[in-house]
Design a protein around this ligand. Structure first.
Ligand SMILES: NC(=O)c1ccc[n+]([C@@H]2O[C@H](COP(=O)([O-])OP(=O)(O)OC[C@H]3O[C@@H](n4cnc5c(N)ncnc54)[C@H](O)[C@@H]3O)[C@@H](O)[C@H]2O)c1
Length: 164
């Protein structure tokens, strides 16, 4: 299997874990990180020794060597514009839930991914029953779009219960 250059945008709690995992993975040829808080960027940079570290996600979007992007930002209304930019640049996108704040935004991401013959992977770590309780967009997304374009990863964990 080919190792790919991967980026994490937003290295807070989730993104920090993703970056540390990627830094240790043989499947990640080089790690790139992006975070708007300079002190957190420096902290994760020291932990993961990335190829590049930037405060501006456009540096990731414009880097043709980056093939895979994990988007782990808050507030959650940042997911759509960043995911859209990355998909338009032809990157594979793994997106922390929620996919978007509005259904039309999710539709647009899916349309771009379809055009690119790509997929959007939405990372969700709590049981579908809890999603139904808590998040109408994610519930409808699960019901309507669990296609080969949007893939949901649902490994439930006790820890995640405290975070959603
Ligand atoms: N997969 C899961 O089960 C799961 C569990 C918990 C949280 N989440 C989701 O993960 C996302 C992140 O959650 P968290 O708890 O790690 O949040 P967090 O607030 O700890 O981290 C988010 C980081 O994004 C950074 N950021 C914001 N805008 C940015 C930008 N334009 N460019 C670069 N960095 C930017 C912030 O500075 C912050 O450090 C949320 O959408 C949350 O819903 C997913």
């Amino acid at each position: 299997m080919q190792a790919l250059e991967c980026a994490v945008i937003g290295t807070g709690w989730c993104g920090g874990i993703r970056a540390e995992t990627l830094a240790r993975s043989a499947l990640c040829a080089k790690l790139h990180i992006c975070e708007i808080r300079p002190e957190r960027l420096a902290e994760i940079k020291a932990l993961t020794n990335p190829a590049t570290a930037t405060l501006d996600h456009q540096d990731i979007v414009k880097n043709p060597d980056v093939k895979v992007v994990y988007i782990c930002t808050t507030p959650e209304n940042t997911h759509f514009p960043i995911a859209r930019d990355c998909l338009r640049a032809g990157k594979h996108v793994l997106l922390e839930k929620p996919i978007a704040m509005e259904l039309f935004e999710a539709d647009e991401l899916i349309a771009i991914a379809r055009r690119n013959n790509d997929e959007v992977v939405v990372l969700i770590r709590f049981p579908p029953a809890r999603i139904a309780e808590r998040n109408g967009i994610v519930r409808r997304t699960c019901q309507n779009w669990n296609t080969n374009v949007v893939r949901f990863v649902l490994p439930a964990s006790a820890e995640a219960e405290d975070r959603v």
